[in-house]
Write a protein that binds this ligand. Structure first.
Ligand code: SF4
Length: 583
């Protein structure tokens, strides 16, 4: 029987890697919602966001300042250490506090986490039903040791029984720069390295009426970025299509991030993705079927290519994950996977070393596979019979170079063209780039890219063309990313929504020929002769427009920008902007 006049203060703590659009305390908020519903008059719940860069001492201070009776932590692989240190300090400062934890690290290693001796209770599995049961027992005065002894890993069979922390006001969407949006739990696949594969194999879905209500709330709150929590969003194609149509109708301005399986992409799904603002991530992991079979995955390369082509043709933005250090894989095999991935023109590539996470099947099989890994966070593979420590270092260097040159360097529009001109497979090009970046470090990625291709291309005309292409796409990318409110003030428009630069070749003509399908640098050099000039790049509609400037116009605009334009010229410059350029 719960005492009505008890008022306990529960603080649920999220420890994020860093402040980012993904740093949303959805897990703690889900628990907060069920606790509020179960104990509306006895438990007062609040949330606290902490970050890895904060000291344990500072975090403990922030927690104690809320004067809690109970503190619950969400523990993941990256924050277990910080959580332990905070709990140690809380234990010293206020011994009467009830301290408990849940989250994937607790699910993977409940005995180990409890054995660290800082916590009273650990709640493995999905916590919503379990926390209500456990807090009810605590309120009834049961001994903590008895409660812990009775705890079993929990899961919520029917997600429609859970309240939405967005809809009940626990999480205020407008307070975050992005939102996590849970659409399902569970995964039907059994990849050995993944924690998801250890739970129940079925997928449980959030009911559609809640999906719609949350979507409408996000739109009403002006949410700009939504990260969909569903590791295989398109496993049920029909359901995925229904949700994509809802997004197009209800939240057309927001950007969504999805994780997909390639097998379940079809042309209709591809065009529905292309019709909304979204980015898609596909777990490729390796392009070698034999390697993938070693971790309970597989790939049909022809099917993968065909499905990705559907996304490409529809105009959807997609990227891949690749893992190095997989059992049975080699450095050469990883390079071949990288070359395969790049041949499909992804918008970005995420390359990771294999981690052998506690609680996964791979953790159990690693000794038999002679897969040596760090015993603690981040559990990264050190070596295996086929992937030596030196190979792991070489793969890490390759991954870094790929990230800098390709993903960070926004090289998608020109990578194939320049790589063809250099006549190297992508992995070899990245190795050469790594050498160059180490010998001639430059914090500016575009400058580094230009300098690198200058060393690769023997023909100075080709190098000048490459430099223009790289710089044009870097500048237009900056404009598109920084898209601001339109303004009628010419000077403000010039300062915030344009880029001025000198090109050796007319970028507008270059773009026309690239869009018309010219795929060789030599052909482009023939079609677009050098003609150095100043250009003004500015946003027009969904794209970037390029305006050639006369010497007088360029001088006037530069003077206006630098505040050096003589009064007599200002009027001319402003009129030029007003009448000629502003869309
Ligand atoms: S890696 Fe993806 S597909 Fe494989 S088990 Fe994990 S969530 Fe499922």
């Amino acid at each position: 029987m719960i005492e009505r006049d008890i008022h306990m203060k529960l603080l649920l703590v999220a420890m994020h890697i860093e402040a980012s659009a993904r740093a949303v305390p959805l897990g703690p908020a889900m628990l907060a919602s069920v606790v509020k519903r179960a104990f509306p008059e006895t438990v007062q719940v609040s949330l606290l966001d902490l970050y890895l860069h904060q000291t344990a001492e500072a975090c403990a201070e922030l927690i104690l300042a809320t004067e809690p009776d109970w503190v619950g932590f969400s523990l993941y692989v990256w924050n277990r250490g910080l959580g332990r240190e905070i709990a140690q300090r809380l234990r010293q400062r206020k011994p009467t506090l009830l301290l408990f934890a849940g989250g994937s690290e607790v699910t993977a290693d409940p005995v180990g986490v409890l054995g660290e001796g800082c916590l009273d209770l650990v709640l493995p599995g999905e916590g919503e039903d379990l926390i209500v049961e456990v807090l009810g027992r605590v309120l009834r005065g049961e001994a903590v040791a008895m409660i812990q002894a009775a705890i079993r890993p929990s899961s919520v069979p029917d997600l429609s029984t859970l309240p939405s922390p967005y809809l009940d006001g626990t999480l205020e969407p407008a307070a975050y720069s992005g939102l996590l949006w849970e659409l399902s739990r569970g995964c039907p696949f059994r990849c050995d390295f993944c924690f998801e594969s250890r739970g129940t194999t079925g997928i449980r879905r959030v009911p559609m009426d809640r999906v719609l209500a949350e979507l409408r709330l996000f739109e009403a709150c002006g949410v700009s970025q939504v990260f969909v929590l569903d590791p295989t969003f398109n496993f049920d194609k029909n359901q995925a299509k229904v949700i994509l149509r809802l997004i197009a109708a209800e939240a057309p301005a927001s950007h969504f991030s999805f994780e997909l399986r390639s097998e379940f992409i079809d042309a209709e799904l591809a065009s529905l993705f292309a019709a909304i603002h979204c980015s898609l991530q596909i777990g490729l992991q390796s392009a070698d079927d034999a390697v993938l079979r070693g971790i309970s995955r597989s790939i049909d390369r022809a099917d993968f290519e065909a499905k990705v082509l559907l996304l490409h043709q529809a105009g959807a933005s997609y990227g891949f994950d690749l893992i190095y250090g997989l059992p049975g894989d080699t450095l050469a095999g990883f390079q071949a996977s990288l070359d395969f991935a790049l041949s499909l023109a992804p918008n970005h590539l995420d390359l990771f070393p294999l981690s052998v996470l506690p609680g996964t099947r791979l953790h159990d099989t690693a000794p038999g596979l002679q897969l040596r890994h760090l015993p603690e966070i981040p559990y990264t593979v050190l070596d295996s019979p086929t992937f030596s420590a030196a190979d792991m270092d070489a793969a890490a260097r390759l991954a870094q170079a790929c990230d800098r040159l390709y993903s960070q360097g926004k090289a998608v529009p020109w990578f194939a063209l320049l790589r063809e001109a250099v006549e190297l497979p992508p992995s070899q090009l990245f190795l050469r780039f790594a050498d160059h970046a180490e010998a001639h470090p430059d914090p500016d990625t575009t400058t580094l890219q230009v300098a690198f291709f200058n060393t690769c291309l023997a023909d100075p005309m080709a190098a000048a063309l490459a430099a223009d292409i790289i710089r044009y796409f870097a500048l237009s990318g900056t404009l598109l990313e920084g898209r601001a409110e339109s303004t009628k003030d010419p000077l403000l428009w010039l300062r915030t929504q344009t880029q001025m630069a000198t090109f050796q070749h007319d970028p507008g003509h270059l773009l026309e020929h690239l869009e018309a399908g010219v795929t060789e640098l030599a052909a482009l050099a023939f079609l677009v002769p050098a003609n150095p000039c100043r250009f003004l790049l500015y946003l027009e509609g969904e794209g970037v427009h390029c305006q050639e400037l006369s010497t007088e116009e360029a001088t006037a605009l530069e003077g206006l920008l630098g505040g050096l334009c003589p009064d007599s010229e200002q009027e001319n410059a402003r009129r030029f902007l007003d009448t000629v350029l502003i869309p």
